[in-house]
Write a protein that binds this ligand. Structure first.
Ligand code: ZN
Length: 203
């Protein structure tokens, strides 16, 4: 089940995020994803805007979401220190939504795969910027309060994306199967189903 953030954050309609040592090419890809998320949020009235802050998340304040790249073991601290595992060459990240049982989300930690790889006829290579943006956008939706079991098959929130390698990295696309047909991103596809999952969390 999707769960909402604390009332204070929900009522602010802002999710502050801190980029924890995120460098290129992820820096641009993540910022592009945030820009596009905020634009689509306005268009579909999702009720939430991502806002960058220079304050790292702490137990008592700072950013609501910490964003980092990871490969293998990743650690984060909130009410103690925790660890998770991330496939550093995969096409999906991992966003942990931290809440007490039955309570609202208090903090989130987002990990992007440090070097997503794509298969092409000429072998495996680093995925292009468009694919990275789609990966980050997917995690930004998780950050709104959606878990893996809330995935939507027909858009960017598809849980099992594959990739279509272009002749150049800039032509790489994420592909998903929708009603028997392949659809490609970018451009980002955001369906009414996913919109309908986000909106109630921010009302
Ligand atoms: Zn997901």
């Amino acid at each position: 089940m999707a769960i909402a953030w604390t009332d204070t954050i929900k009522q602010s309609h802002h999710l502050t995020y801190f980029l924890n040592s995120v460098t290129e090419p992820w820096l641009s890809a993540a910022q592009d994803a945030v820009r596009e998320f905020n634009a689509l949020s306005r268009r579909y009235q999702l009720g939430v805007t991502y806002v960058e802050t220079g304050d790292a998340p702490t137990d008592t304040g700072g950013a609501s979401i910490g964003i980092a790249t990871a490969s293998g073991t990743a650690t984060f601290a909130y009410a103690g220190s925790h660890r998770t595992t991330v496939n550093g060459t995969g096409l999906t990240g991992s966003t942990l939504l931290i809440s007490t049982p039955g309570g609202p989300i208090e903090k989130a930690f987002m990990f992007l795969p440090s070097r997503p790889l794509i298969n092409t006829p000429r072998g495996q290579r680093a995925a292009g910027a468009g694919v990275m943006k789609v990966i980050a956008f997917h995690e930004l939706i998780h950050g709104c309060g959606l878990h893996n079991r809330d995935h939507t098959p027909d858009d960017v929130f598809n849980g099992f994306p594959t990739a279509d390698g272009g002749s150049r990295p800039s032509q790489d696309r994420i592909e998903i199967m929708v009603r028997g047909q392949y659809r490609f991103m970018p451009p980002i596809l955001l369906s009414a189903t996913t919109v309908g999952k986000i909106v109630p969390l921010w009302r």
